[in-house]
Design a protein around this ligand. Structure first.
Ligand SMILES: [Zn+2]
Length: 300
């Protein structure tokens, strides 16, 4: 825990499947205060108690807190509806419980949307035009940004990962089949690698990227197939939204040199749009910072 002076900060919390990052806004940026282990099996109450203890020790009167969390979030009710990484947390009232513990207003949103808020605030995403942000990692997150504002539709807009790209395709945790994130996220990449290499053992994306950097053919083929499926979803999104462009982020972008060129050529085969796909700067605390910005914006 870094020592901070003063009270009344805007706090941001990014709850991931394995780690939870929390920090606060300073006049000149964002400071990470702590990284906690997320233990999904211990349940949400246990994690919220740890979060509130950590914040309470540093700041006796926080101004606000924002929470970003991977999953389907009901922003108006302040509930985590469901999360593949946190299976026992369904319909948990994060906003109400954390607000009681911290005695300050709390806002919640999904992890891609808070990441987008940080990208908008830091001008990585332009404040005019229609832009789509997509995160590639364990799943696919999405955000629609019009003139610097996130669009939510009736509440949940941007769940691009659950757009069907194969009617009778792979089963998805959301209950449907053939969702895009079953073809262009981490587990799919590992499946392609297992198929091309003939090795049935689990291989994580870092291992596959390492193999690709040594020009191993199975790894290069896996990334090529991954790029094809990435393009399939991007073409659908371009046809629906005609955006000014797309921003990509998330853990898999560390290996984008191996799949983005395949995605671009597949995209060119499938539509007439100009490929304007940009890579956002990677930062492990961007989600927590975006969550803090969200909390601050709600209270100012
Ligand atoms: Zn799905």
């Amino acid at each position: 825990m870094n020592s901070i002076s003063g009270i009344g900060f805007h706090w941001g919390i990014d709850i991931g499947g394995t780690t939870t990052i929390l920090g606060y806004l300073k006049p000149d940026g964002f400071a990470v205060a702590a990284t906690l282990k997320t233990d999904p099996a211990a349940g949400p109450d246990s994690l919220l108690r740890k979060i509130s203890k950590t914040i309470g020790e540093a700041d006796h009167a926080p101004c606000s807190a924002g929470v970003g969390i991977a999953g389907l979030v009901d922003r108006s009710e302040g509930l985590l509806v469901s999360s593949p990484n946190l299976p026992g947390w369904k319909h948990y009232p994060i906003r109400e419980n954390l607000s009681t513990m911290l005695n300050c207003p709390v806002a919640i949103n999904n992890d891609c949307n808070v990441f987008a808020l940080q990208a908008i605030e830091s001008s990585s995403i332009p404040d005019s035009g229609l832009w789509l942000m997509i995160t590639l990692g364990t799943g696919i997150g999405g955000t629609i940004i019009q003139d610097g504002t996130i669009l939510y539709g009736s509440g949940y807009a941007g769940e691009f990962g659950h757009m069907t790209v194969e009617a009778s395709g792979r089963k998805c945790l959301c209950g449907s089949t053939g969702c895009w994130e079953q073809y262009a996220a981490s587990e799919a990449l590992c499946d392609y690698y297992r198929k091309y290499s003939g090795h049935s053992a689990y291989h994580d994306p870092i291992h596959i990227a390492r193999q690709a950097s040594m020009k191993q053919s199975a790894a290069l083929s896996a990334f090529s197939e991954f790029g094809t499926w990435l393009a399939v979803g991007l073409v659908n999104l371009y046809q629906c939204f005609s955006p000014d462009g797309v921003f990509l982020g998330g853990g898999l972008m560390g290996a984008c040199e191996f799949f983005l060129k395949h995605a671009e050529s597949e995209f060119g085969r499938r539509c007439r749009y100009t490929w304007n796909v940009n890579v956002l700067p990677s930062s492990s605390d961007a989600g927590a910072e975006g969550a803090a910005i969200m909390g601050r914006n709600r209270t100012e």
